[in-house]
Design a binder for this molecule. Structure first.
Ligand code: GUN
Length: 277
């Protein structure tokens, strides 16, 4: 029998705790959120991030720039936020329009305000298992595993996807937790066989229902990071939930799984950035 990991409920509980921490800090904590262009998914994510700030008592500063905004204008905005003492965290929503060099934009975010955990210093510290701001989605996954008391030491963990935002930091967190980690991607030979070896399988591919029941070991823990649309345009994950669930000990759904936890960890990182400033 499988158990569904309820990310929404865990997120609500953690947000209550973060709200208390924010209050107890006695600080006016601020998060700047920058959105360039009109990507519909990004608009939804940004709206949810701003809403979460309100829930936990963090002041949000939203900057919505036109899709034709110049490289210089985006860079100038981020540089000014870097100097702004009311802003403890800076989040630049990705992807940005193709004419924008996002790497250059992100380079202006000081590491102590890098609440996404994307900068080289934070990634390097994570790699060395040192205290740092950890990328929100993988950190949310770790909280979900911990909330169920899922043991990682000595387990085979397979991460499907090698993005800088999810796959790579996820692999480091699992490694730091003493799992034996394999990272798979589009060029992996015999992906199915590798996945079948997973005690813990994290799907971060970006393809609807890509992980099918024949790829999952009996009793595995399956965490779905995907945010995709199925053939009817309905929101779904990277895992074929209905067919995979019967093989699992634990499985996270989409929606209501990792998504709410990503935003919760962003709130937590903003709190950490503020109390450390
Ligand atoms: N786009 C998709 N996920 C993320 C995220 O975690 N952070 C930012 N900044 N952009 C994203």
């Amino acid at each position: 029998m499988y158990k569904v990991i309820d990310g929404k409920a865990l997120a609500a509980k953690m947000r209550e705790d973060i709200k208390q921490k924010v209050q107890a800090s006695g600080k006016n904590i601020g998060l700047a959120v920058v959105l360039v262009g009109d990507d519909p998914a990004s608009q939804v994510y940004v709206r949810n991030k701003i809403k979460a700030c309100g829930e936990v008592g963090i002041k949000s500063y939203a900057y919505r720039l036109d899709k034709d905004a110049t490289q210089a204008s985006v860079e100038e905005l981020v540089k000014s936020l870097a100097e702004d003492n009311n802003v403890h965290g800076i989040l630049v929503q990705l992807p940005m329009p193709p004419h924008i060099d996002s790497k250059k934009v992100l380079s202006h975010i000081p590491c102590k305000k890098d609440v996404d955990g994307f900068c080289a210093e934070n990634i390097g510290k994570l790699c060395m298992n040192e205290d740092c701001l950890v990328a929100c989605t993988p950190n949310g996954v770790m909280q979900m595993l911990a909330s169920e008391g899922i043991e990682l030491k000595g387990k085979n963990a397979v991460v499907v996807g090698r993005s800088n935002i999810v796959g790579k930091p996820m692999a480091m967190l699992l490694t730091n937790a003493d799992a034996t980690v394999t990272v798979c991607h589009s060029k992996t030979a015999d992906l199915k066989q590798v996945c079948l070896n997973a005690d813990v399988l994290v799907a971060a591919i970006g393809k609807a229902k890509f992980i099918t029941a024949d790829m999952v070991k009996e009793g595995a823990v399956v965490i779905d990071v995907g945010m995709d649309r199925d053939e009817n345009g309905k929101l779904c994950g990277d895992v074929d939930f209905e067919n995979v669930k019967e093989k699992c000990s634990y499985i996270s759904p989409v929606p209501g799984g990792v998504g709410p936890m990503t935003i919760t960890m962003l709130m937590y990182n903003t709190y950490l950035a503020a109390v450390r400033s």
